[in-house]
Write a protein that binds this ligand. Structure first.
Ligand code: 5GP
Length: 142
């Protein structure tokens, strides 16, 4: 699992437009963009533009209350914008035990390789709310 730290993450590069992303909503405080490995027909990440120590929700302090509320309100706006009128799910994974999944990707250089990676734990230490929709969500999530 990735080691929690306050150092820059890939999301800083997305915020600064150093690497491309599919942005669906933006204001002065938050950015919402499509997840690169979607787990549902709609899978969007909503993040604060300024991390301010929020590597994850477990690091939240009183001073973060406003941005935390704004992230959730943004999630509602984006869900509406995406037409998720029949329901959706918001998820925040936190820390090493917060999440585990298999990531499949195709790597092409000289040969094509199908790569399967087991991701254990929160993988990006910059707070993000997952917005998932477009299919029936299950409980328990597993
Ligand atoms: P976590 O497990 O930390 O809650 O999830 C991090 C999420 O960020 C994963 O769903 C992963 O697919 C997504 N992600 C990681 N790197 C990138 C990237 O460079 N671009 C985009 N759009 N999503 C990313």
């Amino acid at each position: 699992a990735a080691v929690p730290s306050d150092s820059p993450t890939i999301f800083d590069k997305i915020i600064n437009k150093k690497i491309p992303s599919n942005v669906v909503y933006e204001d002065d405080k938050v950015l919402a963009f499509r997840d690169i490995a979607p787990q549902a027909p709609t899978h969007i990440l909503i993040i604060p533009k300024v991390k301010d120590g929020l590597t994850g929700i477990s690091k939240a302090e009183e001073r973060h209350s406003e941005i935390l509320g704004h992230l959730l309100y943004t999630a509602k706006l984006v869900a509406k914008q995406e037409g998720l009128d029949d329901g959706f799910r918001l998820v925040i994974n936190d820390g090493p035990k917060g999440c585990k999944y298999r990531l499949y990707c195709r790597y092409s250089s000289l040969v094509d390789l199908d790569i399967k990676i087991l991701v254990v734990g929160q993988s990006v230490y910059h707070l993000h709310v997952h917005l998932l929709g477009g299919r029936q969500m299950n409980w328990p999530p597993g």
